[in-house]
Design a protein around this ligand. Structure first.
Ligand SMILES: Cc1ncc(C[n+]2csc(CCOP(=O)(O)OP(=O)(O)O)c2C)c(N)n1
Length: 300
């Protein structure tokens, strides 16, 4: 079913069984009395069980130790602390995976990413835009170090220029500093069985937090998992924008928990062909995967 105000949009991209033209709220109000209660709750129970299992697996994956910090822990820890009116953005890269998997949208939260084009670089500009639209709400971007080097660092100058105009000055940029164009490194492993190609994939370590401080913002570099929660709390309580440089492990696989066998075999073949990151990659991949099969995870 599709409901759209604009008749020219109805059925534009996908064939629907039922097309309705109208205001979504009013149309749904008219549809509600037509609903029939289904006695058979099997489908609903399956969805509830799968969802509960998903959150257990996420909890376990976030708790897996990594070198030095598991990026899943960074985003999972944020979920528990998020204000209900936060505006969120993820960049295109491994951050989009952790954002989609670990953050629970609730209250009046909003979230944006470059869903269709998947272009790198929108994370920081999106939260700047959010602050102009909603200066009274905290905005948080989760961004890869590649995107940060591409344009995020320069955009911090814009943040420093305008933040005093915002009633709530909180804008947080969390950099997943894994010194790798990690999403593509993993795609190349999974799709082509190609080992990490260092000349194109490796990134220099940059002091993102120091750059923020130089602009008059706050910044912190985090190198241990124990410090993750505390720094999120600090940034969420700050009276100005805050850049957090999380030193994360590129060996944590962003491939989906339900990756196909072909993809797993291709990644394994990348290891055989001398991936520069091979030891840690296999170890982290297995550790993350095992969380889905442990007792209590619903698969035993
Ligand atoms: C403008 C642009 N260039 C290249 C790509 C291909 N690409 C997608 S994700 C990615 C790596 C992103 O690296 P980084 O920002 O460091 O995030 P990570 O995946 O390491 O967390 C690349 C190169 C893209 N989507 N958009």
């Amino acid at each position: 079913m599709q409901i759209d105000l604009d008749p020219s949009m109805v059925g534009l991209r996908y064939p629907f069984e039922l097309n309705m033209v109208g205001d979504a709220t009013e149309t749904l109000k008219r549809l509600l009395p037509l609903l029939e209660f289904k006695e058979d709750r099997t489908w609903r129970r399956t969805v509830e069980t799968n969802t509960a299992r998903w959150w257990e697996v996420m909890e376990r994956r976030a708790a897996v130790d990594a070198d030095p910090i598991n990026p899943e822990h960074v985003v999972h820890a944020l979920d528990a602390l998020l204000p209900d009116n936060a505006v969120l953005a993820a960049d295109s890269g491994s951050s989009a995976n952790w954002y989609a998997r670990h953050l629970r949208m609730r209250g009046s939260m909003r979230g944006s990413l470059s869903g269709t084009l998947a272009t790198m670089g929108p994370g920081v500009p999106y939260v700047i835009g959010a602050k102009f639209a909603h200066p009274d709400r905290p905005a948080i971007a989760i961004v890869g170090d590649g995107a940060m080097q591409m344009n995020g660092l320069a955009e911090l100058i814009t943040v420093a220029k305008y933040y005093q105009q915002w009633t709530d000055p909180r804008l947080i940029v969390a950099v997943l500093n894994n010194q790798d164009l990690n999403q593509v490194t993993w795609e190349m492993r999974a799709m082509q069985g190609a080992p990490q190609f260092e000349p194109s994939q490796a990134l220099p370590d940059v002091r993102y937090a120091d750059f923020a401080v130089q602009l008059g913002l706050y910044g912190a570099r985090v190198e241990t998992p124990e410090a993750v929660e505390q720094v999120w709390r600090q940034a969420l309580a700050a009276d100005r924008p805050f850049v957090i440089d999380f030193r994360t492990d590129p060996a944590v696989p962003p491939i989906p928990p339900h990756a196909t066998l072909d993809q797993i075999l291709a990644a394994a073949s990348a290891v055989v062909h001398g991936d520069s990151d091979r030891g840690s990659m296999v170890k982290q991949g297995l550790k993350a995967k095992i969380q889905e099969m442990l007792p209590g995870s619903g698969k035993e």
